[in-house]
Design a protein around this ligand. Structure first.
Ligand SMILES: *[C@@H]1O[C@H](CO)[C@@H](O)[C@H](O)[C@H]1NC(C)=O
Ligand SMILES: *[C@@H]1O[C@H](CO)[C@@H](O)[C@H](O)[C@H]1NC(C)=O
Ligand SMILES: *[C@@H]1O[C@H](CO)[C@@H](O)[C@H](O)[C@H]1NC(C)=O
Ligand SMILES: *[C@@H]1O[C@H](CO)[C@@H](O)[C@H](O)[C@H]1NC(C)=O
Ligand SMILES: *[C@@H]1O[C@H](CO)[C@@H](O)[C@H](O)[C@H]1NC(C)=O
Length: 298
């Protein structure tokens, strides 16, 4: 009987212990940083029962040896596979290095921890979201206005903007000028050749961030060819002028011509002057006949 009980107990232990050990830790734990916020993500351990939950803890590299991990309530007993951590810029939390770990929990039991292999620093390792950008043109320049939502947050050191201006070359490919770095909220590209399409690309940056990793905003604009358009205006004006003056000449010509024709066709002259003879005769058909006869007799 004691043997049977012992056997049952051993069996129970064998059955229960694996079920505890069967809870696998989360896999592929990664931390991504955007605008100084960290988002830890992981995959569920394979074969864990449905309804498992997760708990995340973090610690600064300095305090690693003390083993005092910090738990944040919104990352405890959660069912989703990610959790966001925010850091306070005021006591320089952004500049510390952190490790993160996650475990699986199920009905009071827990898995082992999954820990990030590398630490991260919220300030230096963050990517910055794309800035707001408006562009406008003015004759031969492109006017750029820049802003980023982080600028309104206290404790964030001044942001820089990295500006690229690219224009289409005659061959149809894009040519860019050397990137410009500015911390001002507007920038003017002066003396830009007109008659081309331009694209401005801007990303935010700060001293410690890797500059190529940040998200950019790109906007394009067509810079009107001012010289060509003025030539066009002059041409149109000249054509109008020529048309107008030609019209006037033609109208005058017609008018004069009609007057001439009217004169030619018009009422006959009341008097006919015969050269040689100083005779002035009235044009009365009967008399005209007589006169010719008398002339022949002469
Ligand atoms: C998780 O990580 C392992 C190696 O650690 C890799 O082989 C696997 O592809 C990763 N899974 C995903 C979904 O990224
Ligand atoms: C998380 O779950 C465990 C086990 O169910 C429980 O003991 C603990 O109080 C829970 N914590 C929170 C913050 O809900
Ligand atoms: C550039 O644009 C901004 C806003 O659109 C405007 O306030 C500023 O006066 C412009 N600057 C010039 C030189 O046109
Ligand atoms: C950036 O633009 C979005 C809309 O596109 C606006 O909601 C936001 O307030 C703008 N941010 C800044 C800093 O201008
Ligand atoms: C802007 O970002 C896109 C991808 O998001 C990238 O392909 C492109 O090269 C970036 N432009 C610049 C000028 O960095």
């Amino acid at each position: 009987m004691t043997c049977f009980l012992a056997c049952m107990f051993t069996l129970l232990q064998i059955c229960l212990v694996p079920s505890k050990a069967m809870l696998f830790p989360p896999e592929n734990l990664t931390v991504g940083l955007l605008d100084f916020k960290a988002t830890a993500e992981w995959l569920p351990g394979q074969g864990n029962p449905p309804g498992t939950k997760y708990t995340l803890e973090f610690i600064t590299a300095q305090k690693m040896s003390t083993g005092k991990w910090i738990r944040s309530p919104h990352c405890t007993n959660i069912t989703i596979l990610k959790c966001e951590l925010t850091f306070d810029p005021q006591p320089d939390e952004l500049f510390w290095n952190y490790f993160v770990r996650v475990k699986t929990t199920f009905r009071g039991t827990s898995s082992k921890w999954s820990t990030t292999s590398k630490s991260f620093q919220p300030y230096g390792d963050t990517r910055l979201s794309s800035p707001n950008l408006t562009i406008s043109t003015d004759q031969k320049s492109i006017n750029v206005t820049l802003s980023h939502w982080l600028e309104s947050k206290p404790g964030i050191r001044p942001l820089e903007f990295l500006l690229y201006l690219c224009g289409e070359s005659p061959a149809g490919e894009s040519k860019c000028v050397v990137p410009i770095s500015t911390s001002k909220s507007s920038y003017i590209f002066p003396d830009v050749p007109s008659g081309k399409n331009y694209c401005v690309s801007v990303s935010a940056s700060h001293q410690l961030a890797s500059k190529n990793n940040n998200f950019n905003t790109t906007k394009c604009i067509f810079l009107l060819d001012s010289s060509r358009s003025s030539v066009l205006m002059v041409c149109i004006a000249a054509i109008l002028l020529i048309t107008f003056s030609t019209g006037i000449v033609v109208i005058f010509g017609c008018f004069y011509n009609t007057r001439l024709i009217i004169r030619k066709l018009g009422i006959p002259d009341a008097l006919i002057i015969f050269p040689g003879d100083n005779c002035v005769l009235k044009l009365i058909p009967e008399e005209f006949q007589k006169m010719i006869q008398t002339w022949q007799k002469h």
